[in-house]
Design a protein around this ligand. Structure first.
Ligand SMILES: *[C@@H]1O[C@H](CO)[C@@H](O)[C@H](O)[C@H]1NC(C)=O
Ligand SMILES: *[C@@H]1O[C@H](CO)[C@@H](O)[C@H](O)[C@H]1NC(C)=O
Ligand SMILES: *[C@@H]1O[C@H](CO)[C@@H](O)[C@H](O)[C@H]1NC(C)=O
Ligand SMILES: *[C@@H]1O[C@H](CO)[C@@H](O)[C@H](O)[C@H]1NC(C)=O
Ligand SMILES: *[C@@H]1O[C@H](CO)[C@@H](O)[C@H](O)[C@H]1NC(C)=O
Length: 285
């Protein structure tokens, strides 16, 4: 009785220690999360109402957060440099995700902001959209700019090939800057299932192994065979081997094996093609 109560108390103490430890860890984690004020993608809706699908795709893209993507394009006399970051600020403006820098006028325009992120994925691509960029001055009904980045599957790279595909600004509305890049993060999970052929091969190998081992044991233990006879159906396989050899001999030999010597042309001997025929002359006459 006494023992059990003390052990219960011990268990309770252990439990309490455990709970306190867990609480501490949680507090530390919460503190570190709260302390980490680096900008990140904000999806539509307050944090608990965000789409779970979008969150999953964003999570997938997180390894790219540290990378700066840039691409340079020259149109007419102007050279534009586009900088893009995944869920991170592309400039001192903390909400900018994709910016355009005009080398000539030294002007920076925010094309899309990470606090208005939309994202969806297909089987081997991810489409990341940043809305809420700086408004057009005259085109596109002066709507805010919008950047779309098409990320295609490429298993050989974490991320590269960031380029601008087109800048559509001749529409009445819904204009966009379209970019593309490659990343293995857009790839579907590797298909590890075996093909039908390999499954068949494995099954055949297993059957063969069972046959050999089972037959071997049967021959040895029950029939009491010794030596090569321990192999199952040894004489059958021997016959089969001989048959196969005969068949091959028949199929592959270009000349009949025991054709009469008179059949051959006189010049055959001079050709020296068949060294074994010359042996005939070595025989005692
Ligand atoms: C990205 O660019 C910023 C500012 O230009 C720079 O401070 C940072 O080191 C760059 N990061 C990488 C990973 O290149
Ligand atoms: C480019 O610059 C040249 C010389 O400065 C000028 O003559 C030309 O009109 C410019 N072209 C465009 C498309 O602005
Ligand atoms: C992002 O914001 C931080 C904090 O203001 C800044 O230090 C960093 O340079 C910014 N990144 C870029 C690429 O400008
Ligand atoms: C995103 O940030 C920009 C600038 O900080 C702000 O003007 C805009 O209202 C924000 N958008 C949303 C949806 O919060
Ligand atoms: C999109 O990504 C999610 C999360 O990674 C994944 O479960 C889903 O299968 C992907 N959709 C398609 C069409 O592959």
């Amino acid at each position: 009785m006494h023992v059990s109560t003390s052990s219960i108390r011990m268990a309770c103490l252990d439990g309490c220690t455990c709970a306190v430890a867990v609480l501490c860890i949680c507090l530390v984690l919460a503190g570190s999360v709260a302390g980490d004020s680096a900008p990140t993608c904000d999806l539509v809706g307050s944090s608990e109402k965000e789409s779970a699908k979008e969150k999953a795709v964003i999570q997938k893209l997180m390894p790219l957060r540290a990378v700066n993507f840039t691409t340079t394009v020259t149109t007419g006399n102007d050279t534009y440099i586009y900088s893009f970051r995944v869920c991170n600020n592309a400039s001192q403006d903390l909400s900018s995700g994709l910016i355009q820098y005009n080398e000539k006028s030294k002007q920076t325009i925010v094309v899309g902001r990470i606090n208005e992120t939309h994202v969806f994925n297909g089987s081997d691509w991810i489409l990341l959209t940043y809305r809420g960029g700086d408004s057009y001055k005259s085109h596109c009904s002066q709507e805010p700019r919008k950047a779309m980045v098409m990320i295609s599957c490429d298993r050989n790279t974490l991320a590269d090939g960031f380029t601008i595909m087109s800048e559509e600004n001749s529409k009445e509305s819904d204009c966009l800057y379209l970019f593309e890049m490659n990343s293995k993060l857009a790839c579907p999970p590797e298909d590890t299932r075996l093909s039908v052929g390999s499954v068949l091969l494995i099954v055949l190998a297993c059957l063969l192994a069972v046959y050999l081992i089972g037959g071997f044991l049967y021959q040895r233990l029950i029939v009491g065979a010794k030596g090569m006879d321990q192999f199952p159906n040894y004489s059958f396989w021997q016959d089969l081997g001989t048959l196969a050899a005969d068949g091959c001999d028949f199929m592959c030999r270009s000349k009949p094996r025991n054709a009469p010597a008179a059949y051959r042309g006189v010049g055959d001997e001079q050709l020296g093609e068949e060294p074994e025929e010359r042996d005939d002359h070595l025989l005692p006459m």
